[in-house]
Write a protein that binds this ligand. Structure first.
Ligand code: 4PL
Length: 246
C-alpha cells in the first residue's frame, strides 16, 4: 500500500518501540516523516532508515520551546502537515505507596501537557490546508485500571477525553482526531520496567493469545491516519487482542 504518498507526518516517540514502528510504516507507504524523540540520535536513526526528506529532531514534548522549534522546522521545510501521531509517553512502574506528587507531575508533564503542546502546534499547521489526521496513543489501562501506574492511567484517561473534545474543535477544518489504545506491548520502554513481567497475566485475559508487539498496533494507526478514514473522528480503538472491552 502507498497511502501516504506526498504526505508529511510528525511522529513523536519515534526513536523506539511503537513510535518507531509507526514512523517506519508511514515512511514505507510514502510519507515524509519528521521523527521526534527526547532521544535525538534515535530519532535521526529512524529518519535515516526511512530516507528521502525525512528527518529526526530531538524534542522534549513537555517543553513549549522545544515543541515550537519542531513545528517551525516542519513549516519551514515543508510548509504543511498532514499527519501527526502522538506516541511519546513516559511508561512508569511505581507502587501506589511510593507515588509522590513529584513523580505524578513528571509523568503528567510529558503524557498530558506534552499532548496539548503537540496537538496545539500540529493542528495550527494542519488547519491551513483543511486536512489533517491526528492519532493519539491512549492505553487499555484506562479500562483495566492497571496497577503500579495510577498517574499514567490518569494521563491516558485525559488523552481519551481530550481526543473527543479536540475532534469537535477541529472538525470544521476536516481534521480527524482519534485515540488508539494498545494493551501491554513488548517495547524497549516496557522492557526497562517491571511491566515486562506482566505478559503472562495479560495473556490470560486476552481473547487472542500471544505477546503484543509494536507491529500488532501499527495497522490500526495507519488506517486512522489514512485519507479514507475521513468519517471517523473522536473515537477510541482498543488494540489489545480482546483483553478489555468497552
Ligand atoms: C495492560 O499502557 O495497558 C501494562 C504498561 N499493562 O503501559 C501500558 C497494561 C502497561 C497496559 C500498559
Amino acid at each position: 500500500m502507498n497511502r501516504f504518498e506526498g504526505r508529511v507526518a510528525v511522529v513523536s516517540g519515534a526513536a523506539q518501540g511503537m513510535g518507531k514502528a509507526v514512523a517506519l510504516r508511514l515512511g514505507a507507504e510514502g510519507a515524509t516523516v519528521i521523527a521526534a524523540d527526547i532521544n535525538g540520535k534515535g530519532a535521526e536513526a529512524t529518519a535515516k532508515e526511512i530516507g528521502g526528506k525525512s528527518f529526526g529532531q530531538q524534542t522534549d514534548i513537555g517543553d513549549p520551546a522545544s515543541v515550537k522549534a519542531l513545528f517551525d522546522a516542519v513549516a519551514q521545510k515543508f510548509g504543511k502537515l498532514d499527519v501527526q501521531i502522538n506516541v511519546a509517553a513516559i511508561v512508569p512502574f511505581v507502587k501506589w505507596d511510593e507515588l509522590t506528587f513529584e513523580e505524578w507531575r513528571r509523568v503528567a508533564r510529558v503524557n498530558f501537557d506534552g499532548l496539548f503542546l503537540m496537538c496545539k502546534a500540529g493542528s495550527d499547521l494542519m488547519r491551513k490546508n483543511n486536512y489533517g489526521r491526528i492519532v493519539n496513543f491512549g492505553s487499555n489501562s484506562v479500562l483495566a485500571g492497571t496497577p503500579n501506574m495510577a498517574h499514567y492511567v490518569a494521563t491516558k484517561g485525559g488523552v481519551l477525553g481530550f481526543t473527543r473534545a479536540l475532534a469537535t474543535e477541529l472538525g470544521g477544518y476536516k481534521i480527524t482526531v482519534n485515540t488508539v489504545m494498545p494493551g501491554l506491548i513488548d517495547t524497549e520502554g516496557v522492557q526497562t520496567t517491571a511491566h515486562k513481567d506482566a505478559f503472562g497475566f495479560v495473556d490470560m485475559l486476552q481473547a487472542i493469545k500471544g505477546k503484543g508487539m509494536p507491529a500488532d498496533v501499527v495497522p490500526a494507526v495507519a488506517f486512522l491516519a489514512s485519507e479514507e478514514a475521513h468519517w471517523i473522528t473522536g473515537q477510541a480503538l482498543n488494540v489489545d487482542a480482546g483483553m478489555a472491552r468497552w
